[in-house]
Ligand binder design. Structure first.
Ligand code: NAD
Length: 260
């Protein structure tokens, strides 16, 4: 599947990993919808990519809201003519030890990561099936789809859950030429991670340098962060792969932190 004129919706694309995926898809000829809770920032990213608005649009979307997801995906399809690629990427992190993890925060985490993936997938699949030209669904997992870390109970639970959802979508989508895969990045220095460094330092009683060296990058082969571009290139590969041969998979991009 070439990216030329394909329509891609990327959630959480006003910042970090999603923003760079939108840029790389756009640079490779796709029409991109930058869907985010922060509509102002999403619009700014869209205008930065394409002042004319012909191939980039911002969409106001809280991925936990059924109504907003349905309306947002419909607006993209109306503007760009269907949906070919979904990158379900919006996510947050709230760290705390399990014995005192706040129940409201647990539910919020699962809603953004899992309800968001469910709602956006359902809305996009209907349109992909109707158009009949296949499609690619990409979930933003994490090394935490495969491994656990302390203080991250709902994040690890949700990221593992995305692999299950992906496998079901791969099976159901196959007859329609729709593939589903998960990208599992190691630590990437986005606002989501910058926020965690002092939080983890406090929770673990160690310095911020120690969090980076001895917690975040300890198991990598080279002590390096994964970059937004490493993840975007993987997304491009998955989005443009031409057949059902590559479906139901999870690809770990983590400087060897986790090896399959
Ligand atoms: P980020 O904080 O830079 O960006 C996340 C974006 O999601 C923000 O623009 C935010 O406004 C948006 N968002 C938050 N809640 C939303 C909601 N309810 N509806 C719509 N949009 C919402 O974070 P990032 O690091 O780019 O993370 C993106 C994804 O990558 C997340 O799913 C995260 O779990 C995953 N991930 C990140 C890392 C990392 O190290 N940064 C590693 C592995 C996986």
């Amino acid at each position: 599947m070439s990216m030329q004129n394909k329509v891609a919706v990327i959630t959480g694309a006003a910042s970090g990993i999603g923003k760079n995926i939108a840029k790389v898809f756009f640079d490779n000829g796709a029409k991109v919808a930058i869907a985010d809770l922060d509509f102002k920032a999403a619009e700014a990213v869209a205008r930065e990519l394409d002042r004319s608005g012909e191939r980039a649009m911002g969409v106001a979307m809280d991925v936990t809201s059924e109504a907003q997801v349905e309306a947002g995906i419909a607006a993209v399809a109306a503007q760009f003519g269907g949906i070919d690629i979904l990158v379900s990427n919006a996510g947050i992190q709230i760290v705390a030890p399990m014995e005192s993890y706040d129940f409201a925060n647990w539910k919020k985490m699962l809603a953004i990561h899992l309800d968001g993936a469910f709602l956006t997938t359902r809305a996009c699949l209907k349109l992909m099936y109707a158009k009949g030209s296949g499609g690619s669904v990409i979930y933003m997992g994490s090394v935490h789809s495969k491994e656990a870390s302390m203080l991250k109970a709902p994040y690890v639970t949700a990221k593992h859950g995305l692999i299950g959802l992906c496998k079901v979508v791969a099976k159901e989508g196959a007859a329609h030429g729709v593939r589903a895969n998960v990208i599992c990045p190691g630590f990437v220095r986005t606002p989501l991670v910058e926020k965690q460094i002092p939080e983890q330092a406090k929770a673990l009683g160690i310095s911020e340098e120690a969090v980076i060296k001895n917690v975040m990058l300890k198991e990598t082969v080279d002590g390096e962060f994964t970059t937004v571009d490493d993840v975007a290139q993987t997304a491009l590969f998955l989005a443009s792969f031409p057949s059902n041969a590559l479906t139901g998979q999870s690809i770990v991009v983590s400087h060897g932190w986790f090896m399959q």
